[in-house]
Design a protein around this ligand. Structure first.
Ligand SMILES: Cc1ncc(COP(=O)(O)O)c(C=O)c1O
Length: 433
């Protein structure tokens, strides 16, 4: 018989295989100091483009104050137990009511985390005869939700409405054949990697032709899109056609937890059937009170969203003017597409961090095809014009070096060397090229 542990340590997985070289620098880096556009990385000041702190609320003095006061008053324990048993409170219900009103839905339910909340929602509402039709680039939490689904699932090409119709034709035919079940379409308001919005309006319009319910994960659209910040549904003027609207609090609200909004009778059904909430302790009171405050600021301080968009537009326009490919983003998420190997990408990131003071996350093979590099920059209301200008300069300078082959190193820099202060062979090699 195989020993499970033995198998695991033979193959640490696609990213884990690089852990010894990457840990603490490319993977699991530590950003220190107060959360803002400039933080400390390994003791050095860096401009940070990796945080989903869209509205700059993470370290806002009013937020820090309310978080501290609520913790002082309630501690982290209250309320104890799951909502259904003993962990309910007026504040939990108030937050749900305010979220529902903001999203123009009848009711909402709080979820402890977005990831398990979406998974558990899919599990709660879909039976084995139902068919789920979902976008190919859906977030991992949607994919893991599908793994709980015992019925059929059909994937459609990313944002491809023609292919979605093909899958809806297939699903409709199967449901008619089995004479039971319904269809749930799942997409995102904004796709977090490429920054393009889901084609919600076109999907909602398909309801004229097909019978289905629509669940939208709007983690990146909530607070950033739409006139009032209600998200991608409001932005595309089709909020009413979204049957279940989901967002996490972890991005524009810079907090933790999530919610799902929709028709009262359905949210009530979910409330009594969603296993991740029924069998888990409810959100602690300081989180709920902190989220009430964040929602209030999100609603009543449009200048935060305006500042975010000022920064996003400045960054994206600046990158395009300098010849960078940022794809088809129509949200603040700003991908920068480049060509190069994994080793080159790591040397380039090191140069950016060490010599230019810019901290950005990269995505490389095996997450994306070999030979490609994606930088993912997340602007926020907390960034300044100076942060953006300095970053644009740094990107131009390092891209020139990339194209000239300066970053062609034979292997990923070894973090054992980095931690021992012996990493300058890379940093110095590329510094003044
Ligand atoms: C699209 C999307 N859905 C869900 C989640 C998960 O949310 P949470 O961090 O609250 O678990 C994320 C977070 O990265 C996300 O980007």
């Amino acid at each position: 018989m195989a020993d499970i542990f033995e198998r695991l340590v033979k193959n640490y997985g696609p990213i884990g295989q690089h852990r010894q070289r990457a840990h603490g620098y490319f993977a699991f880096p530590k950003l220190e100091g107060p959360i803002s556009s400039r933080m400390k990385f390994r003791g050095k000041d860096v401009i940070v483009w990796s945080l989903n702190n869209y509205l700059g609320l993470a370290n806002h003095p009013e937020i820090r104050k309310i978080d501290a006061e609520a913790t002082e008053q309630f501690g982290l324990a209250y309320p104890m137990g799951a909502r259904m048993m003993s962990g309910n409170s007026n504040q939990h219900e108030q937050l749900e009511a305010e979220l529902a009103a903001f999203e123009n839905k009848e009711d909402a339910i709080l979820l402890n985390y977005g990831y398990q909340g979406i998974m558990s929602t899919i599990d709660a509402i879909c039976g084995r005869h139902d068919i789920i039709v979902y976008d190919a680039e859906s977030h991992a939490c949607i994919i893991d939700g599908l793994r709980l689904h015992t019925g059929h699932r059909y994937v459609y090409k990313h944002n491809d409405i023609e292919d979605l119709q093909k899958q809806l034709d297939r699903a409709t035919a199967l449901i008619e054949k089995q004479n039971s079940g319904g269809i749930l379409v799942i997409t995102e308001g904004v796709f977090g990697m490429a920054g393009d919005q889901g084609k919600l309006k076109e999907i909602v319009d398909l309801k004229l032709k097909y019978d289905f319910r629509l669940l939208v994960d709007d983690a990146h659209g909530f607070g950033t899109l739409g006139k009032t910040g209600a998200g991608a549904g409001e932005e595309q003027n089709c909020q009413d056609g979204i049957d279940l609207y989901f967002s996490t609090f972890a991005k524009s609200m810079a907090s933790i937890g999530a919610f799902l909004a929709g028709p009262r009778i359905i949210i009530d059904y979910i409330r009594y059937n969603i296993r991740s909430q029924i069998f888990a302790k409810s959100l602690p009171m300081p989180i709920v009170i902190g989220n009430l405050k964040r929602l209030q600021m999100l609603r009543t301080m449009p200048e935060l969203k305006e500042k975010l968009w000022h920064n996003a537009t400045k960054l994206q326009t600046g990158l395009k003017e300098r010849g960078f490919d940022i794809g088809a983003t129509d949200s603040p998420v700003t991908p920068v597409y480049m060509k190069g190997g994994v080793e080159e990408a790591t040397a380039m990131v090191m140069d950016l961090r060490e010599n230019y003071g810019v901290f950005a996350s990269i995505v490389v093979y095996p997450v994306i095809p070999k030979g490609h590099i994606i930088y993912r920059l997340i602007p926020s209301a907390a960034h300044t014009d100076e942060d953006i200008e300095q970053t644009l300069e740094a990107f131009s300078a390092t891209k020139e070096k990339l194209d000239a082959g300066v970053y062609k190193v034979t292997e990923i820099p070894d973090m054992a060397d980095v931690h021992a202060g012996r990493f300058n062979y890379i940093v110095d090699k590329v510094k003044n090229k």
